[in-house]
Design a protein. Structure first.
Length: 292
């Protein structure tokens, strides 16, 4: 390579590092502010999803496991009862603090929340029998690097369980969907369509054993609250406007609808009498095995 080529390569690497650092700062800032509301939601509403992933992976009980970007321990607290030991890795101290408190309250002595970056995990190659992650890849600057890193720390024959929102396969709907997600939460980078997740796992030497999707209806008001926004906030209003505009032709793939109007009594009592909206998130469950 020429000296100029080397120089350009170094500049690109430097820029990438700066971008990754910016994204990590954004994540820590957003999830520090919303840790309490997010944990209250995830530790209740995602129990069934954690159990579904657990059943697909079917641990024997002797495994060493890891929950990547564990947040308040959403998957780890369910898996802890079925494996020998599980660590939870996350960037945001406020999330880890909540995970620690929840583990103590539930006597989960074999769950250790740890601070760290999913893109450069502090573990040697082939450390874990099971690695799981939920609703995290769409907050990372580089999905390919993240899955490669997960494949690195898995033992050959080890299993990877992925749970994440997926966007429509249609590129224009996918872009509109990602845009609305980003307006709601600027730490959202890009959610992938299911087919892209599948090729990504395959290209990282992870052979898919099970796959499935589930639609989850969400109240707009509750969804916005877990991101720290309420009616009247500029971000709430922007997201609502974008969602309403996407109803004809479902141009962002959320299949949104305006719910039944409130009763006259509720209208009289409320300062904002607009009905709530409903949208659908599609969650993908994928289980894959690292090739021997
Ligand atoms: C939407 S929350 C999901 C938390 C949990 N897995 C769940 O399903 O409820 C995303 C989490 O990813 C964490 N996160 C984002 N980027 C990360 C990174 N580079 N390394 C580690 N954790 C990260 C955030 O701190 C946050 O706790």
């Amino acid at each position: 390579m020429t000296a100029r080529g080397q120089n350009i390569g170094q500049q690109r690497q430097g820029q990438q590092k700066q971008d990754d650092q910016k994204q990590m700062d954004l994540v820590r800032d957003r999830f520090t502010r919303t840790a309490a509301a997010f944990a209250d939601f995830a530790l209740v509403d995602r129990v069934a999803e954690a159990e579904h992933l657990l059943n697909l992976i079917a641990p024997s009980g002797n495994e060493r496991a890891l929950d990547v970007a564990c947040g308040p321990g959403t998957l780890a607290r369910t898996f802890a009862k079925h494996v020998a030991w599980i660590a939870g890795l996350d960037l945001t101290p406020a999330m880890l603090e909540r995970a620690r408190k929840d583990a103590i309250a539930n006597h989960l002595d074999n769950f250790r929340p740890l601070r760290g970056n999913a893109l450069a995990m502090p573990f040697p190659d082939a450390t874990f029998d099971i690695v799981v992650t939920s609703y995290s890849i769409h907050h990372l600057p580089d999905a390919v690097a993240a899955i490669r890193e997960i494949a690195r720390i898995l033992k050959p024959g080890g299993k990877f369980g992925l749970l994440d929102m997926v966007v429509p396969e249609d590129a224009s709907r996918a872009a509109a969907c990602n845009h609305i997600e980003w307006v709601r939460d600027p730490s959202h980078t890009r959610a992938l369509p299911l087919s892209e997740f599948e090729s990504l796992l395959n290209s990282c030497g992870l052979r898919i054993l099970a796959r499935g999707t589930e639609d989850h209806p969400r109240s707009l008001d509750v969804w916005m609250r877990t991101a720290g926004w309420k009616r009247g906030d500029a971000v709430y209003e922007d997201v609502r406007r974008l969602l309403e505009a996407s109803i004809p032709g479902d141009t962002a793939g959320f299949r949104p609808k305006i719910l039944a109007p409130p009763s006259p009594k509720e209208i009289a009592a409320a300062s904002d009498a607009r009905p709530d909206m409903e949208l659908l998130h599609t969650a993908a469950f994928l289980v894959a095995q690292k090739q021997q």
